[in-house]
Structure formats: C-alpha cells, structure tokens
Design a protein around this ligand. Sequence first.
Ligand code: PHE
Length: 459
Amino acid sequence: MGRETWGSRIGFILAAAGSAIGLGNVWKFPYKAGESGGAAFVLVYLLCIAFVGLSIMIAEIIMGRSTQLDMVGGFRKLSPGSPWFLAGALGIASGFVILSYYSVVGGWTLAYICKAAAFRFAAFHDPAEAGASFERFTAHPVLPVACHALFMALCMYIVARGVRGGIERWNNILMPALFLLLLALLVRGLTLPGAGEGLAFFLRPDFSKFHWGRTTLVALGHAFFSLSLGMGAMFTYGSYLSPDVNVPRASFYIVLLDTAISMLAGVAIFTAVFAMGLRPDAGPGLVFHTLPVVFTLMPGGYVFGVVFFVLLALAALTSAISLLEVVCAYFVDERRWPRRTAVLRMGTLILLLGVPAALSFGPLAGAKIFFGRTFFDFEDVLSSNYMLPFGGLLLSIFVGWVWGADRAVEACRIGNPRFRSARLWAFAIRYLAPLAVAAIILHQLEILPRVGALLAGGG
Ligand code: PHE
C-alpha cells in the first residue's frame, strides 16, 4: 500500500499553518508580549522567529520530506544503527504529553462556546465574577473531563479519516474560517472608542520591563511552541510532501501566517480589553476571565463572544490534529497498524492521560506530587520548557552535523534549484540554532543564571 500524500501544495501549507496557529497565538502570545515590555518583546520574538524558528522549520520539513517516514523511522533511515532514532522517540513522547493537556484547554473552549451562546456572559459585571465562574467550571469533577473527551473525539475523528480526506480537508475549511472570524474581531476591536490605548499597550516598547537575557529566552521558547517545532509535527507533515515543493518558501509562508495571526490576535484582544476599561490580566485569565466581560460590555458582544470562542476552539483543534498525527504516523509506518487502529488506541490512551490533567483544577488541585506542581502544570512545563527545545536542539545538530548541512541543502534544491539563502540557512542550522536553543535549556535548568551570577560575583 502506498504512503499517503497531500492533495495540493496549498493543502499542506494550510495544514502546517493550522498546526502552528493555536492556543499559543491567541492567548499566550498577547499576554507574554504585554508582560515583557510590549513592542520590545515583539521585536525580539520576530528576530527569534526569523533566525532560529524559520531555519528549524525548514530543517524539520526537509527531513520529513526526504525520508517520507515518521520521526523515528526518519532518523533511522538517515543514520542507521545509531541511537539517533531516540530523538524521534522523544518527539513522539512529546506528542503524548502535549496533546493530553492541550486537549483539556481545547475542552474548555468548547464549553465556553456553549456558555457564550447560552447568554451566560450577561451575568458577568466584572472579571472577578467571570473568574469565579471559570474556577467553578474547571474545578467541577465531571464537566472538564467530559469536554476534554469531546475535544479528543473530534480530533480522533478527523485524524482517522487520513491525511487527505481528514487533515487536509478539514484544515481547508477550518483555516479560512479562522481568518474570517479573526478579521471580524479585529474590525470590532479597532472600531471601539478608546481602542488606541490597547494598541499602544501592545505595540509601544516599554523598556522598563525589558530584560535582555530573560526576554530573549522567553521569546525563543515561545517561538518553538507557537511554530509547533521540536516534536516532529512539521517533520510528519513534511513526510507527506511530494519532491516538487519548494520547502524553504513553504516554510516562510507558514512562519509568516503564524506570526501574522499572533499579531492580529494581540491587536484584537488588547483593543477590546482597553476600550472596555479592563486591565490586561495575565495568562489563561485574559481569555477566560476578562474577555467574557469585554463581550458583555461591548455593542454586539453576544455575537463576538460566540465568534471568539469558536475561533479559539478551531485554532486548538487544527493544532491538536497535528499532535495526534505525529503519534499515529509512528504506529502506521513502523508497526504497520491500520490508521484507524492507531488513532483509536493512541487517542484513547491520550484521552486517559488527560484525565488527571483535566482534574488538576478540582479534585486533584491539591495533589502537587510532580515536583510541586499539579499534573496539568507539570505536563505544560515539561513539554514547553524542556521537551520541545531539547527536540529542536537534537534536530538542528542532526541536520547540521550528522546528516550534514550540505546534504540537507541538496535535498532542499530538489524543489527549489536556486535556494538563494542556502549558505545563510546552513550557517543558522549548524551554529545559530543549536547555540541559541542550548542557551534556553541551560537557562531553564538554572545553569546559565548561576554561571552569570558566579561571573558577576567573581568579576
Ligand atoms: N503551535 C501550537 C499552538 O500555538 C501548539 C503545538 C505545539 C502544536 C507543538 C503542535 C506541536 O498552539
């Protein structure tokens, strides 16, 4: 049986952009930018995306396309008999970990679509009330688990239909829908009286909160999460590509779309928050505590409230699909399982793993047995701060030095004979990306700060 492929180039780009664009763009990016000095953070983030993110994106996709295999099989094919396949296994493990808690948040967005549609937001007069309602919901012993299961079921349904008939087809519908919904929100935000203040908050550099070392590392870590790098999502999607596609150019479009959505979401959210005289609260609170109040207060808020949570759910779903596909591709390619069997078994396993994550705000909130964290927080920190950057580090070292930048450049030339920035890319993947990522990991492990303090103390 032949391996599956994408039906069209645009189908691949939309699917990859669908993976990249998710919860990371719509709530994480705006609040991180707001917290770390606004435009100054945005600037550093854009540099990280341009120099590290884009080059790892090209590396992942080209490795997938060249091997036409899942991540473990791909590493094995390029470096037979070596332990490098473990880098692929790490990616598959990351898929498990990320999807099991990502789907919990996906479930919350489904619940909030219902709340918005049922006029529930009308009862909220300030973020404290909305916050209390959010906490009641997430602490419930059954509802968050049920929503998580529903979200996983949607995800499994789409992945079970295959690359073309499921993933590509649904992304072709969901991604344009997402752009239109975001555009509607953007126009609404910008036309509210007092929108300028929100725009200023998001785009005015505030160097007082800017911290070179820390901000750069936060920006770089977020670039990985937002672009779906370091765990094989782009690798796996790349493995369904045909040779005639120009990988560097496609990667550029994917990165551009992801970045554009982050910026548009930031503007749409902060203009609305400021116009309604609310504070740009941090973290998950921004979306679930503050925005329901914004929608209650603003003209046409009912419609935009529903629109917003539909948008968030779609964005989360198209990312979740790519996470499940990474896991399933391994069982389909390496273990020869039929796709449906792989989806059913692995989807169910991830669903079960997500149950303690879904209960982390209620019955299991006190069970901080994972390095002092709840299961949800533990999975989040483990994957975003360690697994993804480490996966990206291994991949860039592999492509730059083991497979070899020259061979990788040749592979890119198959669909792009000129590849004008080949030398720049080879430099980035051999030196820039591994060094930058190694710096994040050392910082996370608190090794760099200690060395810094030691040097400062010694000097
Ligand atoms: N990029 C997705 C987001 O921004 C999350 C994700 C990470 C998806 C890693 C797949 C792989 O929400």
